[in-house]
Design a protein around this ligand. Structure first.
Ligand SMILES: O=c1ccn([C@@H]2O[C@H](COP(=O)(O)O)[C@@H](O)[C@H]2O)c(=O)[nH]1
Length: 231
């Protein structure tokens, strides 16, 4: 069964730019991520357009609100037919449990529900600035443990935490990592970065990659090169 590891972050402000890339690829090449920018501009219809083409869509809206509101939001995501949806683990156990329960009636059609731990754009200084006296690795482990105990399917973290999370939370607990940068590419605003090959080697399940692909002069070629290194 084909299980593409790369999830391309479609962070465009023009639908035509996103579709000109999407029209060159197949669902077997990669999964697609729709985040706050494209969802705010183009809404559920854009997500439907992608799922209708057969793509697995990760709806990356990082819900963070009271339990009732987030449970209803993930239900709306399930109604859209997305493959994966996320919440912030810092929303707490009750919010995560209620969200997971809200998806029970979808059975095998339920999207994977994962939680964001520490954003990959954040490093030690950012945590300290928030008054968190832990290393990123310790804080990720604390939030990932909360997420697993709430019954969710996995977490968004950086590849740097993958080894210890797999060892402590088990292989079935999915790790989805942004902050992936092919060697030689710009890190942009990402702080906890790793190359695609290294990330797969440390046990990451899915690699979220945006600008290194979408900002390239030949995005399809970059995607194909990355996929070739993961075989
Ligand atoms: O911790 C996180 C959570 C989400 N993201 C999102 O992933 C992509 C990364 O894009 P790049 O262009 O490859 O940096 C982007 O959509 C973020 O919103 C993240 O980077 N880190």
């Amino acid at each position: 069964m084909n299980d593409p590891k790369v999830v391309v972050a479609l962070d465009f402000n023009k639908k035509s730019d996103a579709l000109s890339f999407v029209d060159k690829i197949q669902p077997s090449d990669c999964r697609l991520k729709v985040g706050k920018e494209m969802f705010t501009y183009f809404g559920p219809d854009f997500v439907k357009q992608l799922t209708n083409k057969g793509f697995d869509v990760f709806l990356d809206l990082k819900f963070h609100d009271i339990p009732n509101t987030v449970a209803k939001a993930v239900t709306a995501a399930a109604d859209l037919g997305v493959w994966m949806v996320n919440v912030h683990a810092s929303g707490g156990t009750e919010m995560m449990i209620k969200s997971k329960q809200a998806l029970e009636s979808y059975g095998n059609n339920s999207p994977l529900l994962i939680a964001v731990t520490v954003l990959t754009s954040m490093g030690q200084e950012d945590l300290t600035g928030l008054g968190i006296n832990k290393t990123p690795e310790q804080q990720v482990l604390a939030l990932a443990t909360l997420t697993k105990n709430s019954g969710l399917d996995g977490v968004v973290c950086s590849a740097w935490e993958a080894k210890s999370l797999k060892a402590q939370l088990g292989n079935d607990f999915k790790l989805i990592t942004p902050g992936i940068r092919p060697s030689g590419s710009n890190s942009d605003d990402q702080k906890r970065i790793m190359t695609p090959e290294q990330a797969i080697a440390v046990g990451v399940d899915y690699l979220v990659i945006g600008r290194p692909i979408t900002g390239a002069s030949d995005p399809l070629n970059v995607l194909q090169q990355i996929n070739a290194t993961l075989i």
